[in-house]
Ligand binder design. Structure first.
Ligand SMILES: N[C@@H](CCC(=O)N[C@@H](CSC=O)C(=O)NCC(=O)O)C(=O)O
Length: 292
């Protein structure tokens, strides 16, 4: 599938470009993604940002404040969309926490959604191929993940389902860390998965962490103490941390509750530079891959 440029803006000395492509994982529907490339020659390691419910490829690029720190560390940032758009499935736009804008980055197996909602395949297999086609100086042998809320779930889940050589590090802002026990997650898994919430355990980072004993983990997470979604039990970082302790990995999960912060992009903006620096430590320590 070909990739076309929608627009491009200079930003922190680099360039933020929006691309459009037809995605096989979304049954041929058009999808968009933004890519920030720092000034210089590259090839640059790649840091993905997965956004939350109701978002698209623009929320992170316009509101999160990653481009400045990424330019300083010589890292590219990729902002994908959060779901397919335009499938026309009955009911897919009826709620803000399910369907369009709420794909949960998983591969659906329910007959109603499985033809279009293949977010996991899109991110792990198809998007890297589309990025190669942009011709940008990206080093796809050095990739890391970050995300917010539903996107924090996505980042943790992708990181834990793949090896550290595929994704070097993972960070999450206010992640839905145990979706099979959260109202948002159980709603999503009941709708997208033929086997419902039980099948959802294969996409739940707290469950996946149980199988990660002995693996070297590079995870950072922050959430706000005044986040109403945290207080309502949607995020459950405490469950993820309890498993980290059980498997002896508590030192490899840097987790902090930030007093007074809520769920918004003001919170992300505050800690954006720290998250990018966390990834830069790992990405820039890796030997650059061969140019493709
Ligand atoms: N219903 C509200 C709230 C939706 C909301 O807060 N979305 C968050 C992500 S929540 C978990 O994934 C978000 O990032 N919103 C976008 C933003 O730019 O703030 C609504 O519809 O707004």
């Amino acid at each position: 599938m070909s990739v076309s440029t929608v627009k491009s803006n200079k930003c922190f000395g680099g360039q933020l470009t929006k691309f459009s492509a037809k995605a096989t994982s979304y049954n041929g529907l058009e999808t968009k993604f933004n890519v920030f490339i720092p000034e210089g020659k590259g090839p640059f390691p790649v840091l993905y940002y997965l956004a939350g419910l109701t978002c698209d490829e623009d929320n992170g690029a316009t509101k999160a404040g990653f481009q400045g720190p990424a330019a300083a560390h010589g890292i590219a940032v990729v902002y994908p969309d959060t779901s397919p758009r335009g499938a026309g499935i009955e009911g897919e736009t009826a709620a803000w926490d399910f369907g369009v804008g709420a794909g949960f980055y998983i591969d659906a197996t329910s007959p109603k959604y499985s033809a279009y909602y293949k977010g996991y395949t899109y991110l792990t297999q198809e998007l890297p191929g589309l990025l190669r086609k942009t011709g940008l100086p990206l080093d796809l042998t050095r990739q890391s993940l970050m995300g917010h809320s539903m996107g924090g779930h996505g980042a943790l889940m992708l990181y834990l389902k793949n090896t550290s050589t595929y994704y070097a590090s993972c960070s999450a802002f206010s992640p839905i860390a145990n979706p099979t026990r959260s109202p948002w997650g159980t709603k999503a898994f009941a709708g997208y998965l033929q086997g419902g919430v039980e099948e959802g355990k294969a996409w739940d980072s707290t469950e996946l962490l149980k199988q990660a004993k002995g693996r070297e983990l590079r995870i950072r997470m922050d959430w706000g103490g005044a986040d109403d979604f945290f207080k309502a039990g949607q995020l459950l970082p405490e469950n993820f941390l309890a498993v980290a302790k059980e498997i002896g990995a508590e030192d490899q999960v840097v987790a902090t509750e930030r007093e007074g912060y809520d769920h918004s992009y003001y919170f992300i903006l505050t800690f954006a530079a720290e998250h990018v620096a966390f990834h830069a430590k790992y990405l820039n320590a890796l030997a650059p891959g061969k140019p493709e």
